[in-house]
Design a protein around this ligand. Sequence first.
Ligand code: UDP
Ligand code: MG
Length: 324
Amino acid sequence: MPSLPPVTVVIPIFNEEAVLPELLARLTAVFDANPTVQWEALLVDDGSHDRSTELIRAHAGRDPRFALLELSRNFGFQAAIAAGLAHARGQAVVTMDADLQDPPECIPEMVTRWREGAEVVRAVRRSRQESGPRRLGMDLFHATFNRVSDFPMESNAGTFGLMDRAAVDALNQLPERNRYFPGLRSWVGFQTAEISYDRQERAAGQPQQTFRRLLRYATDGVFSFSYLPLRLLTYAGILIAFLGFSAAIFYAVRRIIGIETAPTGYTTLVTIVLFLGGVQLIGIGVLGEYLGRIYDEVKRRPLFLLRRNQRTRPGSAPAPRVTE
Ligand code: UDP
Ligand code: MG
């Protein structure tokens, strides 16, 4: 039975053949430069249909510190992270993107912080290389998110970070399906430290998360950590009802004191109907957001399914189970 590797690096992979050679090389270099740490890299293949799994398998064959976990199809970034966290064997687990936007060279600093007593180490972006609409969207999200979250959360931190076994176990226990990882990591608490880093441009290949997925991820973040949209709806409802009530009194008083009111215009009527209809539709939409999430939670479908766990294939040592 191999002794537990103290540090596991979890990396979700979806069609990353373009960056994989550099990723594997840079990780290996970091591992080699820090031989006192027992490293394990757990690459979670999220249903790639390019040569990613081949490349990882070949590398894992040469270097036993690397292991491949294959999901049965593309479940998305959050599920891939969850699968990695559930199967990581380390006493600490580092999470990072595959595209080298999170430089692996920062990992030793996180490990140092962990050894000094931090149970969660968050890598905070000092700067960001991305630009264009994606960047704009992300900035907008973080600005909004910090305002609306019912729970204090720091901006400028994404997936990149380290968690102690205790925090990982806590996170693995959370049953919810709509997972916004940085939010949940803050939510579980524990002694937290920060390191700062410069977020790089993607080293090669195209972003694998579609804009739609990112948007979905952002709504998950807002709706899972904030009741503000529901509350805003109530405020808007109260305001509109108050305006309607005032208008009614206004016209009634004019009628009573005998000022002839002109026949109300068709336009006014249509405007009011449309306006109220709009407000109601928004309201239904917001309720739907929460309802859909409740439905997701109630279904209790597994977050991910494994096709194969390289570490448990016949002939290799069985992995100790870290989940229930
Ligand atoms: N990824 C994944 N499943 C997906 C989409 C992306 O596992 O369905 C992985 C991807 O391989 C990368 C990380 O998630 O390691 C972040 O993806 P990407 O760089 O495309 O997104 P962004 O930088 O825009 O957040
Ligand atoms: Mg990226």
